[in-house]
Write a protein that binds this ligand. Sequence first.
Ligand code: SF4
Ligand code: SF4
Length: 439
Amino acid sequence: MTASLLTFAKGGVHPPESKEITEHLAIEKMPLPAQVEIPLLQHFGAPCQPLVNKKDRVEEGDLIGQVQGLGANVHASITGTVTNVGTSIGPTSLNIPSVTIDRDTEAPDKIYTPSDWRGLSPQELLQKIKDGGIVGIGGAGFPAHVKLSPPPDAKVDTLVLNGAECEPYLTCDHRVMLEKPEEVVEGAKILLHVLGIKDCYIGVESNKNDAIDALRKTIEQQKLDGVKIQVSPLKVKYPQGSEKQLIESTTGRKVPGGGLPFDVGVIVQNVGTAKAVFDAVVLNKPLYEKVITISGRGISRPANLQVRIGTRIRDIVEYLGGTKADLAKIVMGGPMMGFAVSSLDIPVTKTCSGILFLTRDEIDEQPYGPCIRCGWCVEACPMGLSPNEIGLYVEAGRAADTAPFGVFDCFECGSCAFVCPAKRPLVQFIRLAKQKARK
Ligand code: SF4
Ligand code: SF4
């Protein structure tokens, strides 16, 4: 397989994978928590309008937040009584509108019956995806129905499913591809039908060969109805799963600076999103639960956990037997692009792919020093930027002048900071530079 591994040309790094902690653990369903706190903003766009009031009874799957403009619907993740319509905290915000539901412990499990989608038009399928509140669950939560409606002059001919899962520690996409390949492939077929195209590549890093085999076997066994779905084994290199790099690796096409995937005829969705599309279309089940990885040496029992949206970190920690004494940092997402969190009250959202409990040995706490002009960050940057220059400008109080260094092409992958021998906080510098340059 090594000879045919695909990759992107520029930059990239090889952080320790640390996937061995959870990659062999089958998906486990977490028992329902007594209470959930469901944010009404779990997507790129505006918060949803709450449709419920305190003391209302809601059933699992009921619409509780209506999309307004750009966004995605939000649904009740458990059956019970609304006990608050207020705000909750997230990794990067303190005041997110949210709905709190106390569980009815007597409520039966909701049963979903599959239906055939083949008689539905692309518009009807798109409406189901919109109604189901589907977002890109591997990234910023861009509403799927919007991404699947490119401008009429965009000549989209290829769908790329992102199964790279290049962030260290995370293994939830791996387990979904391995344990539910039929649903991922069926989701891909639905997405192709919505887009009116026939070609799909599923990009998977070659450290998940069992998932590659499972997907290939499923594709061989299924009726493909005239579409072509291929699995593309990718070289293990971070950030293989970022949109532009994945498009280059799987199709050879390069998205121009400042451009979007549809500029080169491609739409990218995560494999987990394809599974969520399957749920919304075939089962009529909205997106209110997902598989996330709980890992790091600081949690008593790591797991790939199927949890309801709105479950607090605190309840997950309790279910998994608590944290260890040498826990030093909790990160929501992967270690390269995730956010450190300071409260166990933060709830799981549609875009959360994992929660890491890291010990002192797993994090780098050294103070940073001056740039020694080694150029390693420039070599590592997959976008061909000069993060060293951006950092120096920020330190010199000239953050607003960094646009010529392509600061807006930076997608904050952290490769530059990872290789920097002076431990410079280059991503934080870049975030600041973006804010100032935008103004
Ligand atoms: S964080 Fe930005 S500047 Fe740094 S390597 Fe990634 S894309 Fe390049
Ligand atoms: S890697 Fe760090 S020390 Fe080296 S040039 Fe980049 S910012 Fe400077």
